[in-house]
Design a protein around this ligand. Sequence first.
Ligand code: FES
Length: 406
Amino acid sequence: MTNKDTKYTEEDLRSMSNEELAELGTELDDVTVAYRKERFPLDNDPEEKRASFSVGVWLTIGILAGLAFLGVYLFWPWQYQMKGDENFWYHTLYTPLLGVTAGLSVLSLGFAIIQYVKRIIPEEISVQRRHDGPSDEVDRRTLTALLNDSWKTSTLGRRKTLQGLLGGAGVLAGLVVIAPLGGAIKNPWKVRHELDYSGDGTLWTSGWTMHDKGVKLYLARDTGTIAEEHSDSVGSGYTTQGVTRLVRVRPEDLAAGGMETVFPLAEDHVNDGDRYDPQADVYEEHMHSIHGNRNAVMLIRLRHQDAEKAIERQGQEDFHHGDYYAFSKICTHIGCPTSLYEQQTNRILCPCHQSQFDALQYGKPVFGPAARALPQLPITVDDEGFLVAQGNFIEPVGPAFWERES
Ligand code: FES
């Protein structure tokens, strides 16, 4: 018989059984068991088998859903497909299938645990009085005993099948959460493909890097034009033929104090003005340019009186064209689009964490967490009067990373 007022020695504690320690722990914690009822007082109760079966079913569903998630994640065709492409429906099912299988895996595990607690573990209502102060040795030992006792009370120790299923479902639910992180692990030094509008796969290249390979790059604005739907005897579909998404920009397209987001447009993919060809299909290339991670550039036309006060960074003195300045739109803090240009103060604001950059001082950060200037793109105007890049960025675009020098 245990008593909470007795002073127990190390010897006493060692000689006590787990049940006695658990009972003592309950007393010491001022816990009163108000009600307790075994779920299955008799052996071989058919209800126990049914409860156990039901928990097993949920755990099995959880395991199957976890396996299905991993299967979809690893093997389902996920690459982007246009409407009308052969694998379009497979592609559209990818995300819903991931959601359904991941949700089912975690939910099933949850249902199994609820079922177990509600149908197998003895019903009990306990009331505890709260008290202050740190726990002494007796409390710690008895708490351990209580936890051991809970394991015994749960009867999970003798339910080997459920143990296995619970372990399997738990591991798979964990994998469902962890596996997608694998997709985020990439070697930033690895050249993954030929240089194009998305760079070559390394962190320091972008569509503008194509200039280094002798490609003439225009500064082009996104018109937002989309593929056109058409119907014929075979059915309906979309065509991008003759659809121009990016058009070249001239200096006079921008009012003083204005800002325009522009993207690189290679000479071969121009399809506007007097070079418009209704048969040309350059929509895909235009979309690649717009989607290139580090391509977006803010073309700013300073008011002339402000431009006269502009301070150029050493080595970038000829990067602007008159009153026109082009800065990377990718914030040097953690990469949000710094879209807000305020012409009265000539500040560029990043809405994510309120970094501010001074357009009159080569995009230098003047407020907020960003620590580096926005990279400036060297620009000029070609013989036809269009704004073009006169070089690539001279530093990597976007947030700081371990290899950059500026
Ligand atoms: S990403 Fe621009 S301030 Fe944080």
